[in-house]
Design a protein around this ligand. Structure first.
Ligand SMILES: [Zn+2]
Length: 65
């Protein structure tokens, strides 16, 4: 089965995905990634830096605590 999101032609599914941009605190590279919205809202999203290939945890900082 093919999952959507095979490399190449990338569509932007509106409902479940969210694009985030972050700056790596190790190498300073700026990376954009599509992440899962639900995971993001739970604060459990890991994204891989495009520069040093480290994984970074993205924390939901929308401030609902
Ligand atoms: Zn990095």
């Amino acid at each position: 089965m093919d999952e959507q999101g095979s490399s190449g032609d990338i569509k932007l599914p509106r409902r479940r995905s969210l694009q985030v941009e972050f700056s790596c605190n190790s190498c300073g590279e700026r990376t954009k990634r599509l992440i899962n919205r639900l995971a993001y809202e739970r604060g459990i999203v890991f994204v891989q830096c495009g520069g040093c290939l480290k994984h970074h945890k993205l924390v939901d900082n929308l401030g609902h605590c």
